[in-house]
Write a protein that binds this ligand. Sequence first.
Ligand code: SF4
Length: 455
Amino acid sequence: MDRNADPLIEVENVAKWFDTTQGVTDRLLGREPNPVKAVDDVSFTINEGDIMGIAGESGCGKTTLGKLLVQLHDPTHGSIKFDGQDITDMSNQEEQEFRKRVQMIFQDPFESLNPRMTVFQSVVEPLRINEMYDGYQARRERVIEVLNEVGLSPAEAYLNEFPKELSGGERQRVAIARALVVNPDFIVCDEPVSMLDVSIRAGVLNLMKELQAEYGLTYVFISHDLSLIRYMCDRTAIMYLGDVIEQGPTDDVVMDPKHPYTEALFDAVPEVDPEAERHRANVTGEVPNPRNPPSGCRFHPRCSKIIPPENWTGSQAAFRRAFQFKRQATIEEIGPEEVDADPETARELAVDQLLERELALELPEEHRGENETAHSIDVAELDLPRDAEQTLRDAANAILDEDYDGAREVLDGEFQTICEREHPDLRVAVDQITACHLYEGEERKTRVGAPSADD
Ligand code: SF4
């Protein structure tokens, strides 16, 4: 990474929403469209010569973001500049130039290779489309040169092969050759080795690193594989539900993550040493539907560090459990059927059972409290303030009567958190930039980016 390099990519408040129009049902019911916010208000910069990683679970928006960078999607709003040029507002000639300088390599080489085209036809095609190199012979020489560079040598032996005659690794090398043949400046690589056999992944990755040095390329590496990100990337951005929630030098993001989601993501990575203790992430539940992302911090329903209100006198662990109870009650996920006792004849026992059951979190054992299983907790040992416990009891009583409005009313007043109310701004937290209310006192950033020499 060159700290004096100029920014090559500048992304500002970019969003990509799908299904933004009203469907028939919406129109009939007079409802507003409810788009899927695949990427929502993302800003960052990438300097020339950097390898930037974009990591996150599947569905977090990283592939959509990659496609926005190469203009395979138009943003719903926001701007993307490539070498100072707004790529959402280009003349035909500028677009043609842009298409030469920017390429994308896909996870599945079949996506970029036409099964009916030979290797030569596939690799020469971008030269033809972009009217580069003069005549058949010059183009053939360029194709041979690039095939040799990507390790398909002697290249002549591959020219007339079809994709089905090649191994997975060879196919991906052809896809890399096809991207490189136009001599680009910037390549977005979307899970470039995830479909390859483990034994050949390192070879392809090392090749991509060598080519980066040789061609002076800038890469974006999109991957859910954090060890790959760590191996390849200078800087890393972590995405969750369409948001970039942390970004910084890869070593800092990996070794000392600041955002609780990044921490959970890295906790869940299997240790290389099979003897080493396996960690499992301290999170609850699944990634929510991007059509209805949670309010405030989108990670709050799953976060282990959710912040209690200032006047909370119990422990954070107790608040986390009480808040989960509130969430479950709000979406009517808990009810009288959860208890063995008859609420009519043994009300107190039924309330105790509901709290014991629903204040427990379905967490891996290493993250549970004392006297807590995945489905039961000793409420007396939970550090709950007395009035909070009474509120939970009142809500449990309402739930046993299936009075969810009543339960919501009492719970809403007591278990409030800034994490649910307010979307966190990006803040500088040591060497990273992160969006989490835990860093509320730190310097605010409007955009995240590679450091300049003045930083
Ligand atoms: S803002 Fe709150 S919920 Fe979101 S990551 Fe930070 S502590 Fe967790």
